[in-house]
Design a protein around this ligand. Structure first.
Ligand code: GLC
Length: 429
């Protein structure tokens, strides 16, 4: 009798262990994704749609909105070779690191079987971002670029026919309009942008510096930052907060995308630098700025040219996934014409597929896409190296220090250049 119970017990433990080891079922995958609250909510809706179509359940592993926090969450899972997440979204700037670390499942063999998939995409995006050692290791989900949102009603009222072309104009318009509106609304500012110490600040700096013929350059194995054009750009960023006072004092302590977006949406700013996702939210039913806004390219300095930082998110499958087949089906679903269109219509994301831009419904519902395509002619990338997160972290620290008034802009860039080149030397030699 005792022996029988013992055998049953062993069998039960065995079954329990077997189930435990099995992890997810064959028709289940995990998808790690973050972003603004409406974006995560939309992924939940898409996951249900996908399950209905394929019978594969997608568990969403929710991440925050900040890109660096998202990267760190994934790096922990991938360095420990975790089976989860199976699929995830990646910021365009992480891809060299993820590729060089061999964390991504090469997609060539899957694409061979589904060769029609590649046809709709922006080929140059795939070529410059998603190919590693002749293998496609990710696919673009949407393309981002920095744009200027403005209150057309307020500009008109003040007698300005067009949005500002130069940064000098932006300061001028802001000072005039802010002075009047502040009398009734002390929370009102001319221009909100992303000045907190995080990745978005690098994008803002890159845009302002490039619009002054500066930028983040790599030459002869060295990074170049400490040049007069960049110093002027950083001084200007600092002046926006401390001299002209057209950007709020919490710009360098708190302002990331969502903080900026909410500030502008409340009706408390004339201009906003943000990504295209903010459009749908600004134009939502309950938004105080609905129908009072428009977009245009970011201003430039006199003699310079407007530019936007190249951003965007790509989808990839983990090398350690225990369900790559189902994961591939999900990748196909997310990059399909139908879902790309849904993402554009619901989140305002710029599709990674050229064919969606010609869609009649898209053209009708999102007329601002036409302008975006023009703005996107001048996209500037951030350095494409596997150790980019280290470069970015150093740069953020110094730029933010300069905005906070802790270090002079010229000194900040000289120091940042020096420190970053130590990092570059470590990796390039
Ligand atoms: C957006 C961009 C991304 C960028 C990030 C910075 O999500 O798509 O490329 O790194 O903003 O905050």
């Amino acid at each position: 009798m005792k022996g029988k119970i013992f055998k049953k017990l062993i069998l039960l433990i065995f079954l329990f262990l077997l189930l435990g080891c099995q992890g997810k079922k064959k028709n289940e995958i995990t998808f790690m994704v973050g972003g603004a609250p409406n974006e995560v909510a939309f992924w939940n809706k898409l996951a249900k749609e996908f399950e209905k179509e394929t019978g594969i359940k997608v568990e969403i592993l929710k991440q925050p909105a900040d890109t660096e926090q998202r990267r760190q969450g994934l790096v922990i899972a991938l360095t420990s070779k975790n089976k989860d997440p199976d699929v995830f979204l990646m910021d365009v700037v992480w891809i060299p690191q993820f590729a060089a670390s061999h964390w991504l499942e090469p997609l060539n063999s899957y694409l061979k079987r589904d060769s029609q998939i590649l046809k709709g995409f922006f080929k140059n995006v795939i070529k410059t971002v998603d190919v590693y050692h002749q293998n496609i290791i990710a696919l673009p989900v949407y393309i981002d670029g920095g744009i200027l949102y403005y209150r057309k009603d307020l500009l008109q009222k003040a007698g300005f026919k067009n949005p500002p072309q130069t940064w000098e104009d932006l300061v001028d318009y802001s000072l005039k309009i802010q002075r009047i509106i502040k009398k009734e609304n002390p929370d009102f500012y001319g221009f909100v942008w992303q000045g907190a110490q995080y990745e978005g600040l690098v994008c803002n700096f890159l845009e302002i510096a490039t619009s002054n013929k500066g930028g983040i350059f790599f030459k002869n194995g060295r990074i170049i930052l400490n040049i007069p054009q960049n110093i002027k750009a950083l001084e200007f960023m600092k002046d926006l907060i401390h001299k002209y006072k057209i950007s709020p004092p919490n710009t360098f302590t708190e302002m990331k995308e969502e903080e900026t977006r909410i500030f502008f949406q409340k009706g408390n700013a004339l201009f906003e630098r943000n990504w295209p996702y903010a459009w749908m939210l600004h134009q939502a039913q309950n938004s105080p700025v609905k129908n009072k806004i428009d977009i245009t390219e970011l201003p430039h300095f006199k003699g310079g040219k407007s530019t936007s930082a190249l951003g965007g998110w790509h989808i990839g499958i983990s090398k350690y996934s225990d369900n790559k087949k189902a994961s591939w089906k999900f990748v196909k679903f997310v990059t399909s014409y139908k879902v790309q269109k849904e993402l554009a219509l619901n989140l305002g994301w710029n599709p990674a597929r050229t064919d969606v831009y010609k869609d009649k419904e898209i053209l009708k519902t999102l007329p601002h896409f036409k302008k975006l395509r023009v703005i996107f002619n001048n996209l500037v990338p951030r350095p494409k190296v596997p150790y980019y997160p280290l470069i970015s972290e150093t740069l953020q620290r110094y730029i933010n220090g300069a905005l906070a008034g802790k270090i002079e802009p010229a000194k900040a860039l000289a120091q940042a250049e020096k420190e970053i080149n130590l990092i570059v030397n470590r990796y390039e030699k």
